[in-house]
Design a binder for this molecule. Structure first.
Ligand code: GLN
Length: 518
């Protein structure tokens, strides 16, 4: 039996029954990383030394007959945006290439307190801005289902690592879709909790009013397990309220008969790949069979979400990234003549193109004269988008949409076209503006050879650039299908409802059990 493709609870059983030790388990995962990560490139750093220490600690507990927590000894990948004390943390940026954090993020601290084994730091778009992991300062990650395609982003390394069985689960961050979209591209489960449910302390800030800490797992049950340990008030993050964390795990199996699921028409019209649409419609039928009540709803301001997000988000980026000045920490340019020169050269050399683009956009929309026209307007639109969700949640318990309009696109396909890249988030950014929880679960596969988008109407100018333009092409690893993701959205702090709906759907379909061939 293969041991390194199991869920958290299964792996836990093996450890508790002493069928494998934590050290042996770690070796299996390190071997797997050695074997596949030369091709997948999910990790920036493999923290073998630190992981061995943690595994030893767990094995000692086992030998002393101490009770073992469910996360104990289980290898976890951590997006390289979480500060890990003594383990290099780059944020996917050359400007932090050699940064060794002097402290631990709350989330990794909470996992370590459960004796989790951090196996390494995963690749991401620079400072988490991007939808393909191609904006990483250290090269892209490759999608385990087809190495010619992107894994999504920005938590692409975490999604690929889970899909390729290089770790049992992984931490990610979601500012505009960066957990859900890569989860959907890589065929795994991705949970973005409510903003404030998880602590941002020690996670390198990008857009502070949107950044949310969450995780990528193989199953919905695993998503509920991890949430239980990382959620809750943190005195180091004032945006985490003292609302008690419901035990979503207990709740998972409760029936979803009568659960009201809203389907917003706006998510099924423009730019969606026809096969993705088919898969999601099949999922809606499945939910009906499971006893849920499907209700047509409207989120009328959906079309303004991307524009609103790409004003607010870069504004916060320009402010948060001002701290990288070549002096306090990070890259510092050599051969400089004065202080201004240090700032200019360090930032010019350290930041990649997308970071520079957003700093410029943000500085512009925040500047005198443009602030009222752009930033203030966008904040008002954000309030209206929130209201859209609040109105919808008066009628329904959960909202169902596709996670992304397409499956994984090819490497390089959108890299030079920021607007096309931004549109990859069209179904995910609204939720960050609202702040509620969302989960992406696998809902089937598409045949990438069947190019279908042309049949769909779209308001986007260059429609041929969207979708999988793969006519007649075979996938590089022989797999002839790509995973599709379904998004379930909940009310603020109601992770329990989306997890429960997702759990029942997963049990009824088992799409997530498919694995890529590597
Ligand atoms: N792709 C979006 C962006 O580039 C979202 C990123 C994220 O969620 N971290 O901003």
């Amino acid at each position: 039996m293969q041991l390194n493709n199991l869920t958290i609870s299964k792996t836990h059983e093996f450890l508790v029954n002493k069928e494998v030790s934590a050290a042996e388990l770690l070796d299996l995962y390190l071997e797997r990383i050695k074997k596949v990560d030369v091709r997948v490139k999910a990790f920036i750093t493999v923290s073998e030394k630190e992981a061995r220490k943690q595994a030893q600690k767990v094995d000692k507990k086992i030998s002393r007959g101490e009770e073992l927590g469910i996360l104990a000894g289980i290898p976890v990948g951590v997006k390289d945006l979480f500060c890990t004390q003594g383990i290099k943390t780059t944020a996917g940026s050359k400007i932090l290439e050699n940064y060794l954090p002097p402290y631990e993020s709350t989330t990794t601290q909470r996992l370590l307190a459960q004796d989790a084994v951090i196996i390494g730091k995963t690749n991401l778009d620079e400072f988490a801005m991007g939808s393909s992991t191609e904006n990483s300062g250290f090269g892209p990650t490759y999608n385990p289902w087809d190495l010619g395609r992107v894994p999504g982003g920005s938590s692409g390394g975490s999604a690929a690592a889970v899909a390729a069985d290089e770790c049992v689960y992984a931490l990610g961050t979601d500012t505009g879709g960066s957990i859900r979209q890569p989860a959907s591209f890589c065929g795994v489960v991705g949970l973005k909790p409510t903003y404030g449910r998880t602590s941002r302390y020690g996670v390198i800030a990008m857009a502070s009013s949107l950044d949310t800490i969450g995780h990528l797992t193989k199953t919905v049950e695993d998503a509920a397990i991890v949430l239980k340990y990382i959620a809750g008030h943190d005195e180091n993050d004032a945006t985490t309220p003292e609302i008690p964390v419901a035990d979503c795990l207990e709740d998972l199996k409760k029936s979803i008969a009568g659960l009201k699921i809203g389907v917003p028409g706006e998510y099924f019209i423009t730019g969606i790949d026809a096969q993705v649409k088919e898969r999601v419609e099949e999922a809606i039928k499945k939910f009906k069979e499971l006893g849920a009540e499907i209700i047509d709803i409207s989120l009328p301001l959906t079309e303004y979400a991307v524009a609103c997000y790409y004003i607010i988000q870069p504004a916060e980026v320009s402010s948060n990234l001002a701290r990288y000045d070549g002096i306090k920490y990070g890259h510092s340019a050599k051969d400089t003549k004065d202080l201004l020169d240090v700032y200019l050269k360090s930032r010019a050399q350290g930041f990649g193109a997308e970071a520079k683009r957003r700093i410029m956009l943000g500085a512009y929309t925040l500047s005198a004269g443009y602030y009222d026209a752009y930033y203030l307007q966008a904040q008002k639109v954000r309030t209206l988008i929130k209201r859209d969700f609040e109105n919808a949640f008066e009628k329904v318990d959960v909202i169902l949409t596709p996670t992304s309009p397409t499956t994984a696109f090819k490497l390089g396909e959108r890299a030079d076209d920021p607007l096309q890249m931004y549109l990859a988030d069209i179904y995910t950014v609204s939720l960050n503006l609202y702040g509620g929880p969302g989960i992406s679960v696998p809902c089937g596969f598409i045949d990438p050879v069947r190019y279908s988008l042309k049949k769909e109407s779209t308001t986007l100018k260059d429609k041929d650039k969207i979708g999988n333009n793969n006519e007649g092409k075979k996938l590089s690893n022989g797999v002839d299908s790509l995973p599709v993701g379904l998004q379930l959205i909940g009310k603020h702090f109601d992770e329990a409802a989306i997890l429960r709906a997702a759990w029942h759907y997963e049990k009824a379909t088992a799409w997530g059990e498919q694995r890529p061939v590597l």
